[in-house]
Structures are given as C-alpha cells and as structure tokens.
Write a protein that binds this ligand. Sequence first.
Ligand SMILES: Nc1ncnc2c1ncn2[C@@H]1O[C@H](COP(=O)(O)OP(=O)(O)OP(=O)(O)O)[C@@H](O)[C@H]1O
Ligand SMILES: [Mg+2]
Length: 242
Amino acid sequence: MKHIIEARNLSFSYTEDSSKILDSINLKIEKGSITAFMGLSGCGKSTLAFCFCGIIPKGLSGTMEGSVFIEENDIRELSLPSLSQKIAMVFQDVDNQLFLPTVEAEIAFALENLCFSYDEIESIVERILDTFKIRHLRYKNPSRLSGGEKHLVAIASVLSLDPQIIILDEVLSELDGENRKLIIDTVKALQELEKTIIIIDHNIENLMIADTIFFMKEGKIEERIEVDEHELLQHKLCSFFL
Ligand SMILES: Nc1ncnc2c1ncn2[C@@H]1O[C@H](COP(=O)(O)OP(=O)(O)OP(=O)(O)O)[C@@H](O)[C@H]1O
Ligand SMILES: [Mg+2]
C-alpha cells in the first residue's frame, strides 16, 4: 500500500534548552490504514500528532529537525488551508477545539473560512448532523454539552472538510458505549472510503481496530506491530499493561 504520511529524522523540543520530546523518528503511515499510537503518558504521542497536522511548526514554537511529508509534500511548504483539507485532528483537550456559540456554527466554521457557498455549507451541515445523530444538539452551546457530546461534535466538525487523514487523540476513551460504537463504525466506514485514520489511545479494545500499532517510548518509536501478528501483539500488550 502507498504511504500518505512520512516522518523523516523528526526531532522536536518545545524550548531550546529542553530535551528532545521527539527523537529521530522515522516512520511511514499507509494510505487507507487505521494506525494507532500508544505509549506512556508524556512519551510524545500528541506532540507527534501536532507534527503530522502542521500545528508544529506552523502554530507552536520550538525546535524542529527533520521533516514530515504528506503525499510527498513537506508540510512546511503546504499552506494552512491546503493542510486543513488534507488532515484534521480532534484534540485530546476538546475544550480547546470548540469555541463557537452553537454546534451548527462549529460544523460550518471551516467551510465558511474556505469560502464554500451558502448552499454547500447548508447541505454539508445537514449531512453531518444526520451522520453523527446530533441534530438535537444543532442550536446548543458546545460548552454546555457533556464530555461525550463534545467529542462527537468535535469529530463532526473536523469531518466537514472531508479530509484525507483524521487524527483522534484519546477520543474513543472519552465516549460511552453507544457513542463509542458510533465513532468506531464511522472510522470503519471512513476506511472504506480510503481515508487514513490515526488513533491515539490507551484502551486495548479501541486499538484492536487498527491495522498497525506504533509503540512509543521517550520520544522514540520503540516498535511497529501489524495487528495480524497476534502473538507478538498480545505479548507486547501484556508486557505493556502488566
Ligand atoms: N506546549 C508545551 N510546552 C512545553 N512542554 C510541553 C508542551 N506540550 C507538551 N509538553 C511536554 O512534552 C512531553 C510530551 O507531551 P505529549 O503531550 O506529547 O505526551 P503524550 O504522549 O501525548 O501524553 P498523554 O498520554 O498524557 O497525552 C511531556 O513531557 C509534556 O510535558
Ligand atoms: Mg497526549
């Protein structure tokens, strides 16, 4: 399968005098795959995701070495509007993502910024409200929703631009049974549409939908396991969690 993301000798520190949070990472993520990242808190999973979607170096300061490529393009050379149509991330801290007065406005926001027509925006918002079964939340203020509802709205709003790659940073663990199933089914449906999904999670059950799992330790990729390598995966998960 062809890869869609590549990190080449990627290192990053948030400040000049601090140690490397990401340390010489080399990896490829295949187009159309569900790829998971796991590792202990603080090992650099979210920081790596920020590098994939261009928040590093475009939005967060620090020292970045090496490169990230999306479809062979160095992300430094892609504009923010172009990046936002290729890759979207649902943040671990969802309150940082939702800031508009209604759910409808959240879903329409990226489309309005990219100057979609009124009719296009209306039709995409209607479709997304139905797909995520959140029509009843349409005029509610996101800040007043439950944690699970906020995550659903955050996922719904990043999907409005129909990006090629979607990163879910510790999202599945935040959802209850029914909403978790809805998102897992959505992830599988997106994979059928050849979307690439990146999941960061601690829960083994959530990781089992991945094709490939990268284990991270102290800013490095310690191991890459294909999920069909059952014995190796079980051994690895047992040694990780026990
Ligand atoms: N904005 C920042 N400025 C300085 N240091 C940061 C910043 N964000 C994260 N860090 C530090 O970088 C390291 C890696 O953080 P990161 O959030 O990437 O880890 P993580 O693997 O996602 O952890 P978790 O599982 O808790 O979400 C941590 O030591 C963290 O304190
Ligand atoms: Mg994190």
